[in-house]
Design a protein around this ligand. Structure first.
Ligand code: UN1
Length: 514
């Protein structure tokens, strides 16, 4: 407990914290709401935050616009050098920040540290990318003309993140935005404000040490209904990158589209693993368990459906139930535990609701199903991971419940039948197949296979590396973040035609003579 308080102190978290900052400056306006932050581990109060006011938002937004004017002129590799230093600062704080992620959000310490590693990885990626903001040169149809394209900084990027990856998803966006010459306005989840404040303190050191403009990285902690709405409607914010539920994402998409702004949307997933008769179950079973119960089922990439061939369904289910019975549930700071708490009691209530709905729709729970009480579980946020039987078309199975509930669905016949079930949900984030059969694997990856943004073979649905583009189709929103060419989303493309001749030929052979 004292150690935990030391960690807060090391990271600059005080008893009471300001909820808005332009970099090194923390804003203090009058009349704001106070948010008490409680750990889902044991219900203990960690600290308080003064939520940003409308005035604070306006100050941060103005600072972001002003900083953009100079930051866009800094050569991209020099911007990369700053991101490299941010990566160094994160390396130095990995243990403390990873522990705070666990304390505030409740994921296991291993996963908390992994989340900070994901931040460091995207910093490294962005440093390299800063020398590779490539546009291409095309062949002009006109003589003595050159046709090419270039990428320019876009402006202020609004980043709205969720509680489940309170810092990594910010880093995916902000580190790319930074090398692209953009400035950032970050609205973290109001369920995980302290990790955001800790990151802002780390950034402040880099900003101060390198004489960077105030307004490069801005933080505004407030409620969706107020600060979120200001951000969505702000016509000086050309891009909103939003991670959250499909329901909230619809509102974001509509609001930003109405002002013809851009969005990157990372919304709900309803990820499945297909297990065929050709699967190596030694690999499949632990992969399914990690994908389904890791982060207590609160990743957007969590495996929620298992589509298993009927000939092996009983064997796989029995192995899963056995593995689930051996899971240790408890404080995520104790490394012996596999499963920590859900984010809050509301999430635990939603878990119970989903199970009740499942039963009423004809499913049955094979193991788990209780919210735990008693010593170690006083916060009321710990739940037993569930394996349940279900049909793919149950309304509850069509929906994302942010809790460790795995629906086992049987298929018969060829792999095409499994793929048909797999794709028959509204969401399209991540997917996987376990098979050692080449044809099955390739059918799953081909055009008529998985309809998700991520499709894996012989690994689970969660735990993507930062090097690939991350995102999904259908109700997942279509956005791509992190690796590959996701950086292009943070820049504006310009096509340039240059005439170095002495005549004025027109395209399409049009003649226009004066
Ligand atoms: C999320 O759940 O919002 O692929 C992101 C994964 C992590 C990121 C998940 N690297 O599971």
């Amino acid at each position: 407990r004292e150690d935990d308080m030391d960690i807060l102190d090391t990271l600059g978290i005080r008893e009471k914290n300001q909820g808005a900052s332009t970099g090194t400056r923390w804003l203090r306006s009058e009349g704001h709401d106070v948010l008490e932050v409680v750990s889902p581990i044991d219900g203990r109060r960690l600290a308080a935050v003064d939520l940003a006011s409308e005035q604070d938002y306006r100050e941060c937004a103005a600072a972001a616009r002003e900083a953009f004017r100079s930051w866009r002129l800094v050569p991209a590799p020099k911007r990369g050098e700053i991101v490299r230093r941010i990566g160094e600062a994160l390396r130095a704080r990995k243990q403390a920040l990873g522990t705070l992620v666990s304390l505030e959000m409740g994921k296991s310490l291993q996963e908390g540290l992994g989340e900070v590693q994901e931040m460091i990885d995207i910093c490294d990626f962005a440093v390299g990318q800063s020398r590779q903001l490539y546009g291409v040169t095309m062949a002009s149809e006109r003589p003595e003309h050159r046709l090419y394209e270039q990428y320019h900084p876009l402006g202020v990027v609004g980043i709205v993140t969720a509680f489940n990856f309170p810092v990594a998803v910010w880093a995916w966006n902000a580190m790319l935005a930074a090398i692209c010459g953009d400035t950032c306005l970050w609205k973290p989840s109001s369920r995980t404000p302290l990790t955001a404040i800790a990151v802002q303190h780390i950034l402040a050191e880099v900003v101060a040490a390198n004489d960077l403009p105030e307004g490069l990285f801005n933080l505004v902690i407030g409620r969706g209904g107020t600060i979120g709405e200001l951000l969505l409607h702000d016509r000086h914010v050309p891009l909103i990158s939003f991670t959250g539920s499909t329901r909230a994402g619809r509102r974001v998409a509509a609001t930003v589209a109405a002002r013809l702004g851009r969005t990157i949307l990372e919304l709900g997933g309803n990820n499945a693993i297909i297990v065929t008769p050709h699967a190596n179950l030694e690999l499949a079973v632990p992969a399914i368990v990690f994908s389904a119960v890791g982060t207590a089922g609160q990743r957007c990439t969590t495996t929620r459906r298992l589509i298993v061939h009927q000939s092996i369904a009983d064997r796989v289910t029995a192995a899963l139930v056995k593995a689930y019975r051996s899971l240790r549930i408890g404080s995520p700071l104790d490394e012996r535990n596999h499963v920590g708490p859900l984010i809050d009691r509301r999430a635990a209530a939603a878990y119970l609701d989903a199970l009740q709905t499942l039963r009423s729709q004809g499913g049955s729970v094979l193991c788990g199903g209780r919210v735990l009480a008693g010593p170690g579980y006083e916060s009321g946020c710990y739940v037993e991971p569930v394996v349940a039987t279900a049909a793919n078309d149950f309304p509850i199975v069509q929906q994302e419940t942010f809790a460790p509930i795995l629906y086992v669905i049987k298929y018969s016949g060829a792999v095409d039948n499994a793929i048909a079930l797999h794709n028959a949900v509204p969401q399209g984030l991540s997917s996987a197949i376990f098979t050692d059969n080449l044809r099955e694997a390739e059918i799953f990856l081909a055009a008529a296979g998985s309809d998700c943004g991520i499709a894996n073979v012989n690994i689970g649905t969660s735990g993507a590396e930062i090097g690939g583009a991350f995102g999904g189709e259908k109700e997942t929103g279509g956005g791509r973040e992190s690796g590959s060419d996701a950086w292009k989303g943070y820049m504006r493309r310009q096509t340039n035609t240059i005439n170095h001749g002495t005549a004025l030929p027109l395209a399409q052979g049009i003649r226009f003579e004066l």
